[in-house]
Design a protein around this ligand. Structure first.
Ligand code: GDP
Ligand code: IMO
Ligand code: MG
Length: 431
């Protein structure tokens, strides 16, 4: 297989970063294709922790090309800071190792301000719990054809015209919300100052990737967020503002959908969610606390406590379908160590009827009651297991039951944050 897409199959934070880093040894190019610095991907390599937000998780391995595709929304000031942080950790970033699509829209300070102002003004029930990073407002500007893109930074006259276009929309909006109008000259000066640091990495990514593909190079696509945060198929409106599912990989960099050979879904052995919105298997009891404590479930980007609950097989079966997932990587199995009994949600009860999928309407999603199946837990430790032989029989039984219920095979198993504490069942890159 030449090209593999990695996507989150729940509400994000499934462990995509760890798996992308692990798989990147086999890849030539690692490309982000949506989202922005709302993502937080944690890598642990020989005890050293790397926290990446907009840089692809492949940057940590030397000798690979990392790509930020046009499907991403890019905050240039954040980018510069993140590059400086990882460079301090010894990571080599140069125009040979990092490429940014020229048609990538830029997140401006006004986007973050608008995002946060809306969240502050929202009443209970309408707050989304965004990361406050300006992701939604920037995607709105992209679709509204008033975004400033990386290529616009190269020419001062174009940049000024694009700033005027954006402010024509934003200033009246800000005025209506009681926010100060943006100073045009100040924004132009800020953008002109940061421009060279972004343009250094700018390239026609679609062209480079198509050439790489023809030359037989292997591309690994790194998704951010998870399918249930997808703008179309997620728990709308409690979602992010981009398509997150695997189909986005092609449009998010500019290659054909036929170039994707394998879709690896990253699935946590239980469920977490950060931010507002429905979550049928959420636990607000000691079991939920235990999952959160053992799993260190605090957001990488915002530090917020993640909501925790049992594994929801009905949801993952659904996201395996919408992303066309070939195989999954089941992560954080070790967090389940020591539970006497484990529950798996196999469907929902809604108004006296049984459903095997999550309905679309938000009010129905909120009313869905999980139907559980119980399984025996295990008392042995699976932490750091690197082969099936290291796993207790009850843990293997749990994994097999997950496979059956979601109707998709396990290709990888992860048993700790460390890169090498990973069990390979099927290599997504194998022919
Ligand atoms: P991502 O957003 O999908 O990349 O996931 P995050 O990095 O936000 O959150 C996953 C967290 O779980 C990180 O802190 C990882 O280091 C950690 N992690 C990944 N895989 C495992 C695992 O198999 N076991 C445990 N205990 N932690 C893991
Ligand atoms: P990774 O890539 C978990 C959530 C936010 C909020 C909603 C909308 O680390 O898995 P946004 O700022 O995108 O407009 O917020 O989406 N969210 C994530 N939750 N992991 C992420 O990324 C997320 N990125 C956004 O908490 O509920
Ligand atoms: Mg994360």
């Amino acid at each position: 297989m030449a090209n593999v897409v990695v996507v989150g199959a729940q509400w994000g934070d499934e462990g995509k970063g760890k798996i992308v880093d692990w798989l990147s040894e086999r890849a030539d190019v690692i490309a982000r294709f949506q989202g922005g610095h709302n993502a937080g991907h944690t890598l642990v390599i020989d005890g050293k922790v790397y926290k990446l937000h907009v840089l692809p998780s492949g940057v940590v391995r030397g000798g690979k090309l990392s790509v930020i595709g046009n499907g991403v929304v890019l905050d240039p000031w954040h980018l510069v800071k993140e590059i400086a942080t990882v460079r301090e950790q010894g990571v080599d970033i140069s125009k040979e190792t990092l490429m940014i699509a020229e048609n990538t829209p830029l997140i401006l300070p006004i986007h973050g301000e608008l995002d946060r102002a809306r969240e502050e003004a929202a009443s209970k029930g309408t707050k989304i719990g965004t990361t406050g990073r300006g992701i939604g407002p920037c995607y709105e500007d992209k679709v509204g054809r008033r975004a400033i893109r990386v290529a616009d930074l190269a020419d001062p006259a174009t940049l000024e015209a694009r700033v005027d276009r954006a402010l024509q929309h934003h200033n009246p909006l800000r005025k209506g919300l009681g926010m100060p109008e943006v100073n045009r000259e100040e924004l132009i000066a800020q953008l002109a100052e940061i421009a060279p640091q972004v343009l250094e990495f700018a390239a026609p990514v679609w062209k480079v990737l198509n050439e790489k593909r023809k030359a037989g190079k292997r591309i690994l696509f790194e998704g951010a967020q998870g399918a249930l945060l997808d703008i179309d198929f997620g728990t709308y409106p409690f979602v992010t503002s981009s398509n997150v599912i695997a189909g986005q990989a092609a449009t998010g960099v500019g290659i054909g959908p036929g170039s994707i050979d394998y879709v690896l879904g990253i699935v946590k052995a239980y469920t977490t969610r950060v931010g507002e919105g429905p979550f049928p298997t959420e636990l607000d009891d000691a079991d939920g606390e235990r999952l959160g404590t053992r799993g260190h479930e605090f957001g990488t980007t915002t530090g917020r406590k993640r909501r925790c609950g049992w594994f929801d097989a009905a949801l993952v079966r659904q996201t395996c379908a919408t992303s066309g997932i070939t195989g999954i990587s089941l992560t954080k199995l070790d967090v389940l160590d020591g539970f006497e009994t484990l529950k798996i949600c196999v469907g929902y009860e809604l108004d006296g009827e049984r459903l095997d999928y999550l309905p679309t309407a938000a009010d129905q999603q909120a009313r869905c009651k999980p139907i559980y199946e119980e399984m025996d837990g295990w008392s042995e430790s699976t932490e750091g297991a690197r082969s099936w032989n290291d796993l207790p029989a009850a843990a293997i039984k749990y994994v097999k039951r997950v496979e059956e219920l979601i109707e998709c095979p396990v290709a990888l198993l992860s048993t700790s944050p460390e890169r090498d504490d990973t069990i390979l069942v099927t290599d997504p890159f194998a022919d």
